[in-house]
Ligand binder design. Sequence first.
Ligand SMILES: Nc1ncnc2c1ncn2[C@@H]1O[C@H](COP(=O)(O)OP(=O)(O)OP(=O)(O)O)[C@@H](O)[C@H]1O
Length: 338
Amino acid sequence: MSMIEARGLSKSFMQAVKEPGLKGAVKHLFVPRHIEKVAVKPLDLRIEAGETVAYVGPNGAGKSTTIKMLTGILMPSSGSVSVNGINPYKRRMENAAQIGAVFGQRTQLWWDIPIAESFSLLKDIYQIPDALYKKNMDLFTDMLGMGEFIHLSARKLSLGQRMRADLAAALLHNPPILYLDEPTIGLDVSVKQKIRGFIRQINQEQKTTVMLTTHDLGDIEDLCKRLVIIDHGAIIYDGTLSEVKARFAKNRVIFFQAGSPMPELLAQLALTPGMKLEEQSALEFSVSFDRYEYTASEVVSRVMRHGEVIDFRMEDTHIEQVIKAVYDGHLDLNGTGE
Ligand SMILES: Nc1ncnc2c1ncn2[C@@H]1O[C@H](COP(=O)(O)OP(=O)(O)OP(=O)(O)O)[C@@H](O)[C@H]1O
C-alpha cells in the first residue's frame, strides 16, 4: 500500500460571476450567477513511504487544492484518496494524528503565548508521550536554533523564526507524513538552508514522507528526488528531477576568455552543427553545445588548439530554466524534449 494514493481525484468550485461596480453587486444579490471552475481535473497520484516529492506548477495550477484534499481540509468532487490507509476527509481526527503540515503563510502556533507553551499544548492535543516529547524538543531546539526565541510569543517572532517554530510544531508527534506549502517563502538564504537541512535529516532518519509545494526551485534541488508538475489542474510530468535535467537540460555552455582574437575558429564554430556561438567581444565568447553530441573536453581542446585561452568556465542549464520553459509552453515534457 502506498503512503498516499489518489485515484481520479478532482475538485471543482462554484465561482460567483459579478458584473463590476455597485450595480453588479446588487444585481448579483437578486440574480446570482455562478460558473464551475475545475481547479483539479481527475488525477492519479501514488507516493510511497519515505519519498520526498515536489509538487510544483504555476500560480492557480491546483497545487493548494490538491494538498487541501490530501490533508482532509477539502472534500473532493470526485475520486478517492487514501493517506496511510485513511480517507482524510472522512476520518479527519485520525488523519490529523498522522500528518504534519506547514502552510508558509499561516501559523498553527498560538499568537499570544510563548512558543514553549504552544509546544506543550500540542503535546497534550497529540498525546505525545513524555520521553518522545523531550527527545524531539531537544533535537528540534538544537537543529533549528530555537533556543534564542522559544520564550517569545509567535506574535514577536521574525518570519524565519516563526517558520522554524512551525516546522518543529508540525513534527513534534513524529508524523509519518509531512506536507509543506511554500516552506521557505520570504526567508533569507541562511534560514532556508537551516530549514532544508532539517527536513532532509528528518526524512533520512525517520523516513518521513515529504510532499512540498514551492515556487523556490532551490527547495526542489535540495530536497526532492521526485518532481510532479501540475498545470491547469492536470499532472503534466511525474518523474525524477534528474530525468528532467538529463532529458531537457541537454545544453551546456562554456564561457571563454581568449588571449588574442580567434576569428577563424569562431567562423568554424558558428557553422558546426550542435554548437551555438555567442560573441560578447573579440576576446570573450561562449559556446553552447549539445552534451549528448560533444563532451566538454572536446569543445575546450578545440578552442585551445586555435590560440591562447586565459580562462574558461562551464554552466549547465539550471532546472529553473527547464521548468520555466514548461510553464511557458516551450517544452513538452511528454514529447521529445525539443
Ligand atoms: N475556494 C475556492 N473557490 C473558488 N475557486 C477556488 C477556490 N480555491 C481555489 N480556487 C481556484 O482554483 C484554481 C486553483 O487554485 P489553487 O489555489 O489550488 O492554485 P495553486 O496552484 O495553489 O496556486 P498558487 O501557486 O497561486 O498558490 C484557481 O483558479 C483558484 O482561483
